[in-house]
Design a protein around this ligand. Structure first.
Ligand code: UDP
Ligand code: MG
Length: 318
C-alpha cells in the first residue's frame, strides 16, 4: 500500500546532520496519523552519508534512499525524489535542518484545507554570511521583475506539493530545472507559511558560490527572455552613442582645432565599447543556445547506483 506522505531530502556530505534529521523526522512522522515514507537522495556524497542512509533503512524501513551515481546537484536530486515519491502529499526539505521539520504539520494543515502547493517563505535567515543574504535578496527581487511567472520572493525549495502537481512536475522533460520556478509555473491553489530559517545544523555548505551562481543564471534564463532583449536595447543605446560621438567630433573639428581628445582616443573607446557589447550579447545568446543543446541531447536527468526501499526499478519510472 502506498504511504500518504512522502518526504524528500537531498543529501550531499551531511554525515553530521543526518542523525539529528533522523531523530527529528521520526518524531514528526510518528505524530502523523497516516503512513509516511522519507526518501533520502544521496547526491554523490564524499563522506559517510551513504553508509548512514543504509543504516537508517535497516533500522526504520520508512527511511528509503536513492544513491545517485555522482553529484548531480541539488535540483536534480530533488527531481529524483519526486520521481520516486509514492505519497499523496509530498514535502521537500533540506538535510541540514535549515528547514525545520516541525513546520510540516502546519503545512499539512493547509493541504487539508485544499491548497495544492504550500511553500515556506523566509522572514529571517539566522547566522548566514552577509554576502549570501545580500546576493539572495537582490537575486529574488531581480528574478521577480524579470520572470514571466510570479515567483514569490524569499522562498526556497522547502514546500509541500500535492500528488496532482507532482505528476505534472514529473512530466516536465526539461533538464535545467529550477524547481521553485516550475512550482510557480504550474499554478493551482498555492499558499505560503512564514518561517525563520535556522542556521545549518552542522557541516559545510554544499552550495558553493559557483553552484549558487549557476542556479541563479539558470533561473533567469529558464524563466525570462529579458536578457535576450537586453542586447537589442544595449545595441540601440550604442547606436545613439555613436551618433552623439559623431556630432561631438564634428563640433571639435569645426570649432575647437586644439581639442585635447584625438580621433585616436575616440576610436579606441568606441571599439572597446562595441566589442564589449558584442561579447556580452554573444554570451547571453550562448546561455540560451547551450540550454537548447542540452535539451536536444535528451540524456536522462540522473543515473542511479543504488536504490533501497522501492520495489520498482528506475526503468519503470521513465
Ligand atoms: N545538496 C545536494 N547537492 C549539492 C549541494 C547541496 O543535494 O550539490 C543538498 C544539501 O545536502 C542540502 C540541500 O541540498 O540538503 C541544500 O544545500 P545547502 O545547505 O548547501 O545550501 P543552502 O541551504 O545554503 O542554500
Ligand atoms: Mg543549507
Amino acid at each position: 500500500m502506498n504511504p500518504k506522505y512522502s518526504f524528500i531530502v537531498p543529501v550531499y556530505n551531511e554525515e553530521k546532520s543526518l542523525p539529528e534529521l533522523y531523530r527529528r523526522m521520526q518524531i514528526v512522522m510518528d505524530k502523523l496519523e497516516e503512513p509516511a515514507e522519507l526518501i533520502l537522495i544521496n547526491d554523490g556524497s564524499r563522506d559517510r552519508s551513504l553508509q548512514l542512509l543504509r543504516d537508517f533503512h535497516d533500522k526504520d524501513p520508512r527511511f528509503c534512499y536513492l544513491g545517485l551515481a555522482r553529484n548531480f546537484g541539488h535540483q536534480i536530486a530533488v527531481t529524483a525524489g519526486l520521481n520516486f515519491a509514492r505519497g499523496e502529499c509530498i514535502v521537500i526539505l533540506d538535510a541540514d535542518l535549515q528547514d525545520p521539520p516541525e513546520l510540516i504539520p502546519q503545512m499539512v494543515e493547509k493541504w487539508q484545507q485544499g491548497y495544492q502547493v504550500v511553500y515556506a517563505q523566509r522572514t529571517l535567515r539566522h547566522k548566514e554570511r552577509w554576502g549570501k543574504r545580500v546576493t539572495a535578496y537582490v537575486f529574488y527581487r531581480l528574478l521577480n521583475r524579470l520572470a514571466d511567472v510570479d515567483i514569490p520572493t524569499d522562498t526556497g525549495d522547502f514546500c509541500l506539493i500535492d500528488r496532482q502537481v507532482v505528476n505534472i512536475l514529473n512530466s516536465m522533460p526539461e533538464r535545467n530545472r529550477y524547481i521553485r520556478g516550475l512550482r510557480s509555473w504550474v499554478g493551482f491553489r498555492q499558499t505560503s507559511i512564514r518561517f525563520e530559517r535556522d542556521p545549518r545544523f552542522a557541516g559545510e555548505v554544499g552550495y558553493t558560490f559557483s553552484k549558487s551562481l549557476a542556479l541563479a543564471v539558470n533561473a533567469l534564463v529558464s524563466f525570462s527572455k529579458v536578457p535576450l532583449r537586453l542586447s537589442t536595447y544595449v545595441g540601440l543605446f550604442a547606436a545613439a552613442m555613436a551618433i552623439l560621438m559623431g556630432l561631438l567630433v564634428l563640433y571639435w573639428r569645426l570649432f575647437l582645432p586644439h581639442s585635447p581628445l584625438t580621433n585616436f582616443t575616440i576610436i579606441l573607446v568606441a571599439i572597446f565599447f562595441l566589442g564589449a557589447v558584442q561579447l556580452v550579447s554573444i554570451g547571453i545568446l550562448g546561455e540560451y543556445i547551450g540550454r537548447i543543446y542540452e535539451e536536444v541531447k535528451g540524456r536522462p536527468l540522473y543515473t542511479l547506483a543504488e536504490v533501497r526501499g522501492f520495489t520498482c526499478h528506475q526503468s519503470d519510472k521513465f
